[in-house]
Design a protein around this ligand. Structure first.
Ligand code: LMR
Length: 332
């Protein structure tokens, strides 16, 4: 029996993600939670001929608790999306508003996770991930149930973009999925660091040709925000990426360990402590090995090119601010 709880399921990421989950036939139970619409979405999904039982819960009558009850995996997409003009700059008041709104939502959700299903594997999609994951961790810590091997910031979209954009840059018949590119750091702008020097197969582009590809991976989110002209940010590609991460968790759960990148609390996972002290940050997106109960190991970052070393310094500077914003958040 596997139960997944999708928190924020009426949103533009949550709804396509719920469809992918229901269509996959990988779950026995799918619970949807949001402040509107989810009972209807659940009824709609229940007309699909896969085995999962789908239920929708609104906030009334302890709906969040009911949605989380017995969940093995939780995916949180709840919150507001970035709008045009919102930079990634911490000094941008509008971005601070985005953080405050979403941090408060994440805090409240994880207080309930701590009380209802502290052993579930939690995946945070809600932005800004660099800060919302520390908010979630602090809420779990305060309740005395924080297990770093079970809390993930979902950065899979950066990995998906790193393959997609390099294939597009190479043109011709380059198949995006053939490129495995590690992406480390965080999940916003300059904190995202695709390591093309470690790409498999090797990418045949020089530094000058790679620079715009790296920039596009880092700021791919902005491309969508601009193109949607006020209607939000990445939704369907984020649902696709989130579902890829969920499938990796399930594969590991079923006894087939997999590696994926995710934004994690390094000191709490085997192999992560050394990286945390080397980099001077506790939260970082890295390649992790997923096992039956969550992350079992953080894999080494490996050798970086000279340019990647420079980009890492920039990423770390921004990340430190993002992390302390999240850690010091206190809900009002
Ligand atoms: C993305 O990477 O596209 C998303 O995290 C949305 C955003 O605001 O950039």
């Amino acid at each position: 029996m596997v139960k997944i709880a999708l928190i924020g399921a009426a949103g533009q990421i949550g709804t396509p993600l719920s469809l992918l989950c229901k269509a996959s036939d990988l779950f026995d139970e799918i619970s949807l939670y949001d402040i509107v619409h989810v009972p209807g979405i659940a009824t709609d999904l229940m007309h699909i001929d896969t085995r999962a039982n789908v239920t929708g819960f609104l906030p009334q009558n302890g709906g969040l608790r009911k949605a989380l009850n017995g969940a093995d995996i939780i995916v949180v997409t709840a919150g507001i999306a970035r709008k045009p003009g919102m930079t990634r700059d911490e000094a941008d008041d509008r971005l601070l508003d985005l953080f405050k709104t979403n941090a408060s939502i994440i805090h409240d959700i994880f207080i309930e996770v701590a009380a209802t299903c502290p052993n579930a594997i939690s995946c945070v999609v809600t932005n800004p991930v660099n800060s919302t994951v520390p908010v979630a961790a602090e809420a779990l810590k305060k309740a005395g149930v924080f297990d770093p091997t079970r809390l993930f910031g979902v950065t899979t979209l950066d990995v998906v973009r790193a393959s997609t954009f390099v294939a597009q840059a190479l043109g011709g018949n380059a198949e995006p999925k053939q490129f495995k590119v590690p992406v480390i750091g965080g999940h916003s702008g300059a904190t995202i660091l695709p390591l093309y020097s470690q790409a498999q197969p090797a990418v045949n582009l020089n530094e000058e040709q790679l620079a715009p590809v790296i920039h596009r991976v880092q700021f791919g989110g902005d491309e969508i925000v601009k193109s949607k002209q006020g209607a939000g940010s990445a939704t369907t590609c984020m649902a696709y990426a989130g579902f890829r991460f969920i499938k990796a968790i399930l594969s590991a759960w079923n006894g087939n360990p997999v590696t994926e990148e995710a934004y994690v609390y390094l000191p709490g996972i085997s192999g992560g402590e050394a990286i945390a002290s080397q980099l001077g940050v506790d939260y970082f997106a890295v390649k992790i090995v997923l096992g039956k109960t969550g992350a079992t190991k953080v894999l080494p970052i490996g050798d970086l090119s000279e340019n990647e070393m420079k980009l890492l310094e920039i990423a770390l500077g921004e990340l430190k601010t993002n992390i302390s914003t999240g850690v010091s958040f206190t809900s009002v």
